[in-house]
Each structure stands twice: as structure tokens, then as C-alpha cells.
Write a protein that binds this ligand. Structure first.
Ligand code: MN3
Length: 195
């Protein structure tokens, strides 16, 4: 039986105050050290239960698989979110810009589409830039909770957290202001390195 905890909370790639004022240190610290950490703990806990589960106990298997997937997806999505953002945003490279223009019409329309994906989440979830696994086209979509509604093996290139804990302390109910600020701070070098 595995005895170690396989999942570890990663450090942020910038200081807690680096994204202020649109994402102040208090929000970022709570988000990282409480919310993200809870998913890491939850994934480790569920992995431990699954490792010791009686395979004939199908009810427990179903429940722990679901709990594991939710928590591991939360860990994956937050890890990707921190590295989707930068305190010093730039523009996409000419190559990336031409892909965005090909698939969305313009950089402005890409931003509008990603904002719309963030706004269309009913309840908690994410806006995401993905690479379509069948064609390689860039696509924008929303994801409910952490893992509902995605296409299997579609690569996530950048994600924007629109769970209320991400923005409510600062932006209250103005999810659009939060999404717009986050999208303005996408780390294009990191995104392009994933392609
Ligand atoms: Mn979150």
C-alpha cells in the first residue's frame, strides 16, 4: 500500500502581492493556502482510501472515485491557473497571435470569447483556452466545477477561476471585472510553451 502523499501544494510563481490591486494578497493567500491546499489534501485522502478499498465494495468505490476526481481536478486546475497568470503581461508572439486570429478572428474577439465563457458558468467553474485534440484548433469553453463538460484529452492551455472565492472579496458580484483583469494578465509565454 502506498504510504506517502503523492500530491503536494506547489509554490506560486510570484509573490502574494504581485497581482494587486485586481487580485490582492489577502485573496491570493486564502485562495492558495486554503482553497488549493484543501484540494491537495482531498486528493491525497481519497487516493489513500482507494488504495485500501475492497474492490467488491462498489458503493464506496463509486463515491471515492468521484471524490478523488473532483479533488485532483481542483489541484490540477489551480496549478494551471497560477501559471496562466503573470504580474507582467505581454502580448502573444506573432505565431501565437496568428493562431488566435485564425481561430477567433482577432485578439479582441478571443478575449471577449474567453470572458463570455467565464460569464456563462452557471454556479462554480472555469473559463478555459484549450487545444482541440482532433484538429489542433484553439477553442474556448467553460468548465463546471473542476472537471464537468470538458472534451477528453483536449489540452488545457490557460484557465480562469470563476468560483466566487477567487474574486468576491474584491470584486463582489462583478465577475466580469475579475475575468477581464485575469485575461489581461495571461502569461502568453507559459501558454505557448504548452503547445
Ligand atoms: Mn479556486
Amino acid at each position: 500500500m502506498p504510504t506517502t502523499k503523492p500530491y503536494v501544494l506547489p509554490d506560486l510563481p510570484y509573490d502574494y502581492d504581485a497581482l494587486a490591486p485586481w487580485c490582492p494578497a489577502e485573496t491570493l493567500q486564502l485562495h492558495h493556502l486554503k482553497h488549493h491546499a484543501a484540494y491537495v489534501d482531498g486528493a491525497n485522502d481519497a487516493a489513500g482510501h482507494l488504495a485500501e478499498l475492497d474492490p467488491d465494495d462498489t458503493a464506496s468505490l463509486t463515491a471515492w472515485q468521484s471524490t478523488f476526481a473532483f479533488n485532483l481536478a481542483g489541484h490540477v486546475m489551480h496549478s494551471l491557473f497560477w501559471t496562466s497568470l503573470t504580474p507582467e503581461p505581454g502580448l502573444p508572439s506573432p505565431t501565437m497571435k496568428s493562431r488566435l486570429v485564425d481561430d477567433f478572428g482577432s485578439l479582441v474577439r478571443f478575449r471577449d470569447m474567453l470572458t463570455a465563457a467565464c460569464m456563462s458558468v452557471q454556479g462554480s467553474g472555469w473559463g478555459a483556452l484549450t487545444s482541440d485534440p482532433m484538429t489542433g484548433h484553439l477553442r474556448v469553453r467553460s468548465i463546471l466545477n473542476h472537471n464537468d463538460g470538458g472534451v477528453p484529452t483536449a489540452q488545457l492551455l490557460a484557465v480562469v477561476d470563476v468560483w466566487e472565492h477567487a474574486y468576491y472579496l474584491t470584486h463582489r458580484n462583478d465577475r466580469a471585472a475579475w475575468a477581464t483583469a485575469a485575461i489581461e494578465h495571461l502569461d502568453w509565454r507559459a501558454i505557448e510553451s504548452r503547445l
